[in-house]
Write a protein that binds this ligand. Sequence first.
Ligand SMILES: Cc1cc2nc3c(=O)[nH]c(=O)nc-3n(C[C@H](O)[C@H](O)[C@H](O)COP(=O)(O)OP(=O)(O)OC[C@H]3O[C@@H](n4cnc5c(N)ncnc54)[C@H](O)[C@@H]3O)c2cc1C
Length: 492
Amino acid sequence: MFDALASPHHFLREMIGPTAHDPALKDYEQWWEQEGRAISDSVDRGGTPWLRMFDAAGKRVDEILYPPDYWRMLKQGYRAGVLWRAFEQDSLLPAFLLIYLTSFYDSGLSCPYTVSLSTALPLAKYGDDRLKERFLPKLLRQNDEVWQGATWMTEIKGGSDLGASVETLAVRDGDMWRLTGDKYFASNAGAELAVAAARPQGGPLGVRGLALYLLPRWRSDGELNYTIRRLKDKIATRSVPTGEVELRESEAYLLGGAEEGIYLILEVLNVSRVANSLGSVALAQRTLADALGFAQTRIAFGKRILDHPLLRRQFEERLQGLRQCFALAWQASQLLNEVWKERRPYSERYHLFRLLAHLAKYWTAEFAAQTAKWGMEVHGGLGVLEEFRVERWLREAMILAIWEGTAHRQLLDALEVIERKQAHHLLLAFAEQGGACPDLRQITQEIDQHLGLSAEQREFRWEPLGRRLAQTTAAALLDALPGKHKTAQGNF
Ligand SMILES: Cc1cc2nc3c(=O)[nH]c(=O)nc-3n(C[C@H](O)[C@H](O)[C@H](O)COP(=O)(O)OP(=O)(O)OC[C@H]3O[C@@H](n4cnc5c(N)ncnc54)[C@H](O)[C@@H]3O)c2cc1C
């Protein structure tokens, strides 16, 4: 059991069985063990990188200065195939597996990979041939010249209610657009390409007036197309620079139709939510592995703390929770892989995916945060010391729960797709393909009753039911996974 917990690749094999991606995952894990771990630790301890705004000649350059090893760590994942494999193999799964592995070692670093994927996918799906030819090959490079992407929606007034808070204005200029506004939480600042939400001039208010644009780092004349006002000094995810970005008549290209922009924005966010779910599970695995390593050697009352029945039971419950969360996140990834090329009107399968993605983002992040807190308690007082690392996992977990939409947002979006598309029935039918799921059937009936309440009461009373739905779905989906986990020992 310890082997499987201490190695993300072993854990993946235990959960989903052998795959064609095993050699790449094995190599990538080996690199992390030999080099990546130490680089990741030092980047976290080093804190916020330096934003070098001007070069020696006084020209605005907005360069982000990490130690050189950071760039080696970052490029390693791109070389391993976190972007190019998805396109070469026409499957998102190798990208998601690599993101899982990355997150076990450094959950902040999976952000650049995720947002780059979330840039490449809408470009491939909605970009015209000229845009695709110009930009896509640069994102899919297999060497260190690879370009990175970013997804910038949030502005100063808030990230949950984009319809009210996005004030960036887009004005048409021939076959391109000019964007003016400020993005307040812009992760992977410095990326060569970004997708950004903006409001086309004269469009309606609210979410229906938003569109999605592709924004290069450099203008056609070679000058900077956006500037970075400052970098955020964050508690964690220090291996991705998050900045405030200024757009001033920045050149941009419309993706899809302006009137369908909000759907494109949600598609982008849903890719990131799935990746975040896998990242949360990987972080929980890491915490559990570290807690186990500690509990196997720490002695209290004459024996290893792991051998005390109360604690051993907690370990077993955490392990089962981890497997269930993995099942939830993995099924969301597989469904996304099936439906990501769909356009409106979306199929029932897409609505099922949406419900699963919200439940997965919500519950895996909650589980990661709870597990990180528990992992610190297992370490006792030592857990609060930086040298024991578990304090880092708690800091990282808190961010996973907030970005890509908070728990509140996921719960409410899950309720919305249930109300509008009866997605809970789609979920039950999906889960029961693998056999009867009496607990999920019971909750489905309770949700049917819940939908008879007034709108105010539906929202007010939703959280406990939504939480049970997420947990019960996770448990039901675990049985459907093909890996060896069913026969693996649950005890330590
Ligand atoms: C490190 C980091 C990096 C980030 N990077 C990016 C990025 O690259 N691109 C990007 O676009 N954004 C990014 N974000 C922003 C992130 O997506 C937002 O923080 C998140 O969506 C929440 O928005 P907010 O912080 O503005 O909170 P608000 O929207 O102001 O919400 C405040 C609180 O109110 C709650 N709330 C809001 N509406 C409701 C409701 N209807 N019912 C109940 N509760 C509600 C929220 O859940 C939250 O708890 C990043 C954030 C962080 C922390």
